[in-house]
Design a protein around this ligand. Structure first.
Ligand code: NAP
Length: 330
């Protein structure tokens, strides 16, 4: 099969589009013929090996040689112990734990894979898993957003952020989106009530306070986040610099508690129930999986470069060449 492979951390030019052995499922696995796979910041981090958590399991060289976690495709073979799926099923999910999505086929056990709703294209389905579940667990589960609350999403114009803005609006919040200057109109189009350019204004220093801050890209001190929270407010981050994540893990709960606030890291738990919840919202048109650009598999390096350079609005999706002609536009 064709796949995009890398042997060492680096910029997109370390990636090679080449022929590799087609995987064979074990008795517990299914073999999926991938139709679409989306690109996440976690792929970019896995490619360059930064922040340091991206090297867990592969300190010097990457442990997995094929990136790509948010897949959508058709089941082509089923291991005899796997009772959840049948040949021909259209499925999707987040395979972040073992990756392998930038390829024509992948084998997975399937616990985090679900049946693709019929009303979603493969491209739309591939745009949902990681980003939408981050947003759901941040806004609904950890954030417990209530109508009228003030919610700030930092990194609002990327994958997780575009879902988080839309969800927070659905739960009735007044939403502030923070991202780069070029994405302000885009954030308003998603429903953000207020927008902040991160290059022009520091949201922790403008005097405003929020009931919930969901951070996709944490870079400030724990004291700055505490300052930006209302009494009883919550701050959760899912990613960011190592220095900030360490500080939040070590001091967040203590510094927050002293002021009646919660400050912590959200460890996202991919699961089928949340995946389907978000996919059904998308199928019903209540939340939109925003696809900025599409690339063929051979152009994964360009897709990653586009994300790494900071242009993406929502998601970038890799579409298998043979499928270009058959899938309707998202
Ligand atoms: N905790 C967990 O369990 C878990 C699970 C999965 C993924 N993750 C992590 O979740 C993180 C977010 O992923 P994502 O897919 O939403 O990322 P993304 O699509 O790259 O979105 C990040 C957004 O933040 C913007 N940004 C960059 N620097 C910023 C700054 N200083 N202030 C405000 N915004 C800034 C980016 O814009 P530019 O265009 O300017 O760069 C981009 O629009 C990743 O780090 C990933 O590793 C965590």
């Amino acid at each position: 099969m064709k796949a995009v492979v890398y042997e060492k951390y680096g910029q997109p030019d370390v990636l090679q589009f080449k022929e590799v052995a087609k995987p064979v499922p074990t008795e517990d696995e299914i073999l999926i013929k991938i139709q679409a796979v989306s690109v996440n910041r976690s792929d970019w981090e896995g490619l360059i090996g930064k922040p340091f958590y991206a090297r867990l399991g592969g300190l010097i060289r990457p442990r997995h040689h094929i990136l790509g976690s948010d897949i959508a495709g058709r089941v082509e073979m089923v291991g005899r112990n796997n009772k959840d799926f049948h040949m021909g099923d259209e499925v999707f999910g987040d395979i972040l734990v073992h990756l392998g999505g930038f390829a024509e086929y992948v084998c997975v056990r399937g616990r985090v894979i679900a049946q693709k709703p019929a009303g979603l294209t493969f491209e739309q389905a591939a745009a949902i898993p990681q980003a939408a579940v981050i947003a759901l667990q941040g806004i609904r589960d950890k954030g417990r957003v209530q109508p009228g609350q003030q919610v700030l999403i930092n990194g609002a114009g990327g994958g997780g952020g575009t879902f988080a803005v839309q969800l927070a609006k659905r739960y009735g919040a007044e939403v502030t989106g923070v991202d780069n200057t070029g994405k302000m109109d885009f954030l308003r189009s998603l429903g953000a009530d207020h927008v902040i350019h991160y290059t022009r204004q520091d949201f922790t220093k403008n005097g405003n306070q929020y009931d919930l801050i969901l951070d996709l890209i944490a870079t400030r001190s724990v004291f700055a986040y505490r300052r930006a929270l209302k009494p009883n407010g919550n701050y959760f981050t899912v990613g960011g610099s190592m220095a900030t994540l360490f500080q939040i893990l070590l001091l967040g709960s203590w510094i927050g508690k002293s002021a009646g606030k919660k400050i912590g890291v959200l460890a996202v738990q991919p699961n089928r129930k949340d995946l389907l919840f978000m996919a059904e919202l998308c199928e019903a048109g209540k939340v939109v999986p925003v696809i900025d650009r599409r690339y063929p598999l051979s152009e994964v390096p360009e897709a990653l470069r586009y994300l790494g350079e900071g242009h993406v609005r929502g998601k970038v999706v890799i579409t298998m060449e043979s499928q270009d002609k058959t899938q309707p536009d998202a």
